[in-house]
Design a protein. Structure first.
Length: 791
DNA sequence: TCGCGCCCTGTTTTT
DNA sequence: CAGGGCGCGA
């Protein structure tokens, strides 16, 4: 792509400086366009695409159906703004949802306008841009600029602590659930004080809002932000500091948003605040591909765009460049069953191609066999396996397909499996590095203080915690103080002293050693690598390999902090693409991708549409499932193959399943039902009944299991177990309450005191908060006063 | 304090 | 079926 004909915009003074952005296409702009040779990047765009690219001023909604060149429009638009000198790259805010999308955009812009894209500091995900803004003004929201970003794991551990401290049974009220509740509030930019009474009841008998508040306070103490905060706290920053907001409104002359249908309320508010300055916001999306409602996305955002941004233009991209006519017609017909959509008519000029096939199988194993067989045939015809994908509704479906592929020796790759940074060893290593960078990172310290095993346990941690909470200091600092006392047992004390000394040394080396070396040193000297080397389990080697990979990827960053940030926000499993492998992934993970051939197994009621989506979201859930189906079909360029099985194993039990209602919604003229020869060879119905009978009889032997299975089937809602509370629990809880609420006054020599661990004793001397106490049974000990109460 | 084994639960999708 | 949590025994 030649692009030498336009000047880098750095030399031009962007005209918008002097001309308020009002006229859609100013005279000077038109003159500038006329003056330059036909812009090569504009050629090849169809008229609608071109309109989407060239309508620069004012709000614009681009409704881009599947395969209509959405990314191309976005990137060309940015290139256009830059190439015409309308704005500097640094004045364009371009947000995406995934890092992959951001990366791809950067690359494509780079190809269009040369290296200028490197100078686009504000192209990234909502979260990364939010972080960037937040770091600059952290003190305004009660954080320091080096705040840590908590992942889900940290989040849950933190919530668990809070629940425990509040004596809330985390069995009945799992921290995980509270995390979801809080997340859903953050998705809607609801702060603790704005939680409605009704919603507060969604957890722990109405204490949810209170817990949320404590959680937020705790985050501030820890100098940490969770994913939701990266947006919500930015919104708060903007709202409470109009000058800061104004600054960004000025800066961002042009705002572009990818996948607008996936934005949640918080993201919408965030965007609206920023767009209020210049009103140049261009959102690209497809309401038919909104599939993240469950995590707070609001289709409404895109449906209401024209209302939210008055005077907005709308461009529809309806020319599909990806799929054959049969595939397109099938998808369009299916999605037409949804109400409440903006409506698009996708068209293609390609030849009709093959019809979409629908294939039934006796059970899920046979379904997997059919997929395997079809792919083997394609392979022997010379098809490129990297152009074949199996798209499933839930990851649990992958296993059977994988098993089959392994048997056949078909190369495959699973996309979107556990992420690199979610692996145990990576998290541990990261925790070490986090502690080195910030000794106040309690969650990290807690994670690794006994990894590898050092003989420190829960008892020790509790002591450390109790002191830390009392003194209001981070764990490591608390530990330092405790080392001066006899609060801890000698062995633990020595161990902790060593550990702290290590961290002190590593922290000092932060200045002197290159960060990659430091990371290696830390992992080495902490005994962490040794731990895995000594491990005889089969995956230990892989873990060591991952650790090496971690250190290797460190090289790409200037220092540890920037690396840590990258990992928490961006890091993905290294995927070696481009070799010929079949891709297996969830439908969600498939959005934005395309393949020649797509297999869509598991189109059965309950699985797809997913029962839970139906139960929880009703009709909205059904429509989202249908959109998911639409996304699935439209991934295919040439061949889409829908499949269902009559029996599927769920939790290890075989269940009879009915074909998905979506299958009946497909247009007969564009699909064909293929007979699977082996489908009924097992005897169909009779076998089905037999199976069910066998299932029940077989299980009678296993009474608890059978009872559970029986309870499982009809029970979809909340099973309130009758009299589920254990009588003994309350007493214990009450005891803890009494203990933690005891007053902690200051003591003087001669006072009779009681220590939780050492029992009654007499104070001998005091030094600050350290007391020397002669215990009746345990002898003379130095302890801190927070562990002691008057006897 | 650690490690083992039992039991229970839940299993959509994720920045 | 699997992963996590908890209780028990060493």
């Amino acid at each position: 792509m030649p692009h030498s004909h336009f000047d880098p915009p750095y030399n031009d003074s962007p005209s918008a400086d002097s001309a308020p952005a009002s006229s859609p296409l100013s005279l000077s702009e038109r003159a500038r366009q006329a003056a330059r040779p036909a812009d090569s990047y504009l050629t090849g765009l169809n008229p609608e695409q071109r309109r989407a690219v060239e309508t620069i001023e004012g709000p614009l909604l681009v409704l881009a159906g599947a395969g209509t060149g959405k990314t191309r429009v976005l990137t060309t638009r940015i290139a256009h703004i830059i190439a015409t000198g309308t704005a500097f790259p640094s004045q364009i805010l371009a947000v995406t949802f995934t890092n992959k999308a951001a990366r791809e955009m950067k690359e494509r812009i780079g190809r269009l306008v040369g290296s200028v894209a490197e100078g686009m500091p504000w192209l990234g995900t909502f979260h990364s841009i939010g972080t960037k803004i937040l770091r600059r003004h952290a003190e305004l929201v009660g954080l320091r600029s080096d705040f840590t970003i908590l992942d889900t794991d940290d989040q849950i551990r933190l919530l668990k602590q809070i629940l425990r401290a509040e004596n809330i049974d985390d069995k009945r009220w799992p921290a995980r659930q509270l995390a979801n509740v809080i997340d859903s509030w953050k998705n809607r930019a609801i702060t603790p004080d704005r939680v409605s009474a009704g919603e507060a009841h969604s957890f722990a008998q109405g204490r949810a809002a209170e817990l949320y508040k404590m959680y937020q306070e705790r985050l501030k103490v820890l100098n940490a932000a969770d994913f939701g905060d990266l947006l919500v706290e930015t919104i708060r920053l903007f709202r409470e500091n109009p000058d800061v907001l104004a600054n960004y409104q000025q800066r961002f002359r042009y705002i572009l948003v990818d996948e607008y249908q996936d934005t949640n309320v918080a993201q919408y508010l965030w965007l609206r605040l920023l767009a209020q300055g210049r009103h140049n916001i261009c959102c690209v999306g497809d309401d038919d591909q909104s599939i993240y409602g469950w995590r707070g996305a609001e289709v409404d955002n895109i449906l209401r765009f024209e209302h939210d941004f008055p005077g907005a233009g709308v461009v529809r991209l309806e020319r599909n460049y990806r799929s054959t006519a049969h595939i397109l017609a099938t998808a369009s017909h299916l999605i037409a069953h949804n109400e409440g959509r903006l409506g698009k008519t996708l068209r293609t000029e390609d030849d009709p191609g093959q019809r979409v096939t629908i294939t039934g199988a006796w059970d899920s194993e046979e379904e997997a066999r059919q997929i395997g067989e079809a792919i083997e045939n394609a392979q022997s015809r010379g098809d490129d396996l990297s152009q074949v994908a199996v798209l499933v509704r839930i990851s649990a479906q992958m296993r059977e397909v994988e098993d089959r592929f392994v048997q056949l020796g078909l190369p495959y790759r699973v996309i979107g499996g556990p992420r690199f940074y979610e692996r145990l060893e990576i998290r541990d290593a990261m925790a070490y590095l986090r502690c080195v960078v910030s000794q106040a990172d309690d969650l990290a310290f807690e994670r690794i203080f006994n990894t590898p095993k050092r003989g420190l346990g829960d008892a020790t941690l509790q002591t450390m915690h109790a002191y830390a909470r009392h003194a209001g200091v981070p764990l490591m600092q608390a530990t330092r103080a405790l080392l001066e006392t006899e609060e801890l047992k000698p062995r633990q004390r020595t161990t902790l002293r060593d550990l702290i000394a290590n961290f002190d040394r590593w922290s000092r080396q932060l200045e002197t050693l290159p960060h990659t070396e430091l990371a290696e040193t830390v992992l080495e000297e902490s005994g962490y690598t040794a731990m895995w080397q000594a491990d005889r389990s089969p995956d230990a080697a892989g873990r060591l390999e991952n650790l090496k990979e971690l250190v290797r990827s460190l090289e790409e960053f200037p220092d540890l902090p920037s690396f840590l940030e990258h990992v928490s926000l961006v890091m993905e499993a290294a995927e070696s693409d481009s070799d010929a492998r079949v891709s297996i992934m969830t439908l969600h993970a498939a959005k934005g991708l395309e393949f020649d051939t797509v297999f869509l197994p598991g189109w059965e009621e309950g699985l797809f549409p997913n029962q839970r989506a139906l139960d929880e979201q009703g009709r909205a859930g059904l429509e989202e499932e249908r959109r998911l189906a639409y996304v699935g079909i439209t991934r295919a360029r040439k061949s889409a193959r829908i499949m269902f099985a009559s029996n599927r194993r769920i939790h290890g039990l075989w269940n009879a399943t009915a074909p998905s209602r979506f299958i009946d919604e497909l247009p007969e003229a564009h699909v064909e039902v293929t007979e699977a020869p082996a489908a009924y060879s097992y005897g169909g119905y009779a076998r089905n009944r037999f199976d069910q009978a066998a299932g029940s009889f077989g299980s009678t032997y296993d009474t608890p299991g059978w009872t559970r299975a029986r309870q499982n089937t009809p029970n979809t809602g909340h099973a309130t177990s009758p009299g589920g509370r254990r009588g003994g629990n309350r007493v214990i809880e009450g005891e803890i309450v009494a203990r933690s609420s005891g007053p902690s006054s200051t003591f003087k020599p001669g006072d009779r005191v009681f220590h939780q661990k050492f029992g009654p004793g007499t104070v001998e001397s005091c030094e600050g908060n350290k007391l020397a106490i002669e215990f009746d049974k345990a002898g003379r000990k130095t302890v801190v006063d927070s562990f002691v109460k008057p006897a």
